[in-house]
Design a protein around this ligand. Structure first.
Ligand code: FAD
Ligand code: FES
Ligand code: FES
Length: 462
């Protein structure tokens, strides 16, 4: 039995836990405001808001309901456009801003934009024009043109610029009529729901689901009835903490959890710049680290990131291996069916780190080639280095030979040139829709050089 608050109504359902929230709201609840576009997380037409009790507040995030199993809605607040609409056909501030800026034509995408922008108004992000525009990076419009929609986003953020503390955005949004009054009572209602539905322990799953952003794209129909255990909300698999010389991250932490984590922000000064290259806001809100690792895509951004941190993964049976040891061949993993990832661990002393990605579009696109590097240096000498690359081999690749070559070397033009030659000997890209093998070799050469340009200010003339 899954129980949650849908808009202002508490709902219980016995439907298969793998049913998507999109199908549930449209076909069981007849809430047709939420649209179906791609069913692959790409268009944002199905965007809903998901509120989760977080200590003493409700944390709202936008998510694509086409990829979200109702199991992941348990004890949460799911908000569709019907849940923010005002009575008497009045428009909310966000809807009015879209009208005022001329940001809608056929209207098919508009509900998705309204939900993403409303999410921006009530989430913890800084209320700036840049962040408002960033909140709609997962929404596609095929007829209006983005400039007018961006103007609407800026209008919304300027109306919120009085928000001094990001912690009171929900209060202010209620005051300004951006969301209805009943949102103020959701915290207590979610607390009651959680008390009534104590979290169960993880059994011995043969098949697990995180955020569903890979599984529901690849195996949508099968997932509805799959005997899966949902790990997304398991509190033992969440959290990002310092533990001695290590940082330990719960396997179900999402990309957004990393983005907003003070621990991660203190270690990675370019965290926002790098992570905003990964998918889109609603997908980052759902995509877990373990899902990225186990999906084993050769271009998994978070996988390449954590390979370059020389991270280890800890399974439920406490077996710990280096992330690089997980990949035996294309989508072949060094793990049994009974094993799921519990924790990701890396050394917190990260002196220099850089991530680079090239994709056909800036937002909402997977990499053609990506690369990450972490280095420890002293007096221009490389003491420790781990480099990784994606899109250049059947697996996300830890660059073993290149990293070994760099250890102990001076950082110089000649070192980078030689490292780039070694790099070319350990990759084996193939030609596909994302580019020819030659192009990917060239891209990686450029990205590898870009690490040193970014970190040490080298010129790009090589
Ligand atoms: C529109 C769109 C854009 C995307 N863009 C990007 C991008 O830019 N970069 C990128 O890297 N990826 C991208 N992805 C892919 C995807 O979002 C990521 O791979 C994500 O991290 C998968 O996590 P998940 O929790 O959703 O995985 P799920 O779909 O839940 O699971 C994926 C796999 O991991 C397994 N799994 C989940 N949790 C565990 C666990 N704890 N232990 C063991 N196995 C586990 C599942 O059984 C399944 O085999 C995109 C996806 C979509 C739909
Ligand atoms: S229908 Fe396109 S993102 Fe869900
Ligand atoms: S208004 Fe028609 S798709 Fe956006």
């Amino acid at each position: 039995m899954v129980e949650f608050i849908l808009n202002n109504q508490t709902i219980q359902t016995d439907l298969p836990a793998g049913t998507t929230v999109l199908d549930f709201v449209r076909y069981d609840e007849n809430l047709k405001g939420t649209k179906i576009g791609c069913r692959e997380g790409d268009c944002g037409a199905c965007t809903v808001l998901v509120g989760e009790l977080n200590e003493d507040s409700v944390k709202y995030r936008s998510m694509t309901s086409c990829l979200m199993p109702i199991a992941n809605a348990h004890c949460k607040h799911i908000v569709t456009v019907e849940g923010i609409n005002k009575p008497n056909n009045e428009l909310t501030e966000v809807q009015q801003a879209i009208v005022d800026a001329g940001g809608t034509q056929c209207g098919f995408c508009t509900v998705g934009f309204v939900m993403s922008l409303t999410g921006f108004c009530i989430d913890e992000t800084e209320k700036s024009g840049e962040m408002a525009i960033s909140s709609i990076d997962g929404n596609i419009c095929r007829c209006t043109g983005y400039k007018s929609i961006e103007r609407a986003a800026e209008l919304v953020s300027s109306q919120l610029s009085v928000v001094s503390s990001q912690n009171n955005s929900l209060e202010i949004a209620v005051e300004k009529g951006i969301v209805p009054e009943y949102f103020s009572g959701i915290k207590n209602r979610l607390a009651e729901l959680s008390q009534k539905n104590p979290k169960s322990k993880i059994q011995n799953p043969k098949f697990v689901v995180g955020g569903g952003t890979d599984l529901y794209v690849q195996r949508h129909d099968e997932m509805v009835y799959a005997p899966a255990e949902n790990l997304f909300d398991n509190s033992d698999l969440r959290g990002i903490e310092e533990n001695g010389e290590f940082i330990e991250i719960g396997a179900s932490a999402t990309v957004t959890d990393l983005l907003v984590s003070p621990v991660m922000q203190s270690i990675f000064p370019n965290l926002y710049k790098h992570l905003k290259l990964v998918s889109s806001t609603p997908i980052r809100n759902m995509a877990t680290l373990a899902g990225n690792f186990v999906n084993a895509s050769p271009i998994g951004d978070m996988t390449v990131w954590f390979l370059a941190l020389d991270a280890t993964i800890v399974f439920n049976n406490e077996r710990e291996i280096h992330l690089s040891e997980l990949y035996l061949g294309y989508k072949t993993l060094a793990k049994t069916d009974d094993e799921f990832i519990k924790t990701i661990r890396f050394r917190k002393k990260v002196q220099h780190f850089n991530f680079e990605k090239v994709s056909k579009r800036t937002c909402l696109d997977i990499s053609s080639v990506n690369s990450a590097i972490s280095l420890k240096t002293e007096n221009n000498k490389i003491l420790e280095v781990h480099a990784a690359a994606g899109g250049v081999a059947p697996i996300p690749l830890y660059l073993k030979k290149t990293s070994a070559f760099l250890r102990g070397k001076e950082i110089s033009d000649s070192t980078i040139l030689q490292a780039n030659e070694i790099l070319q000997t350990e990759i084996s890209p193939i030609s596909d829709v994302r580019g020819s093998a030659e192009y990917k070799r060239l891209l990686l050469r450029q990205l590898f050089t870009a690490h040193f340009v970014e970190l040490f200010g080298f010129s790009t003339e090589r």
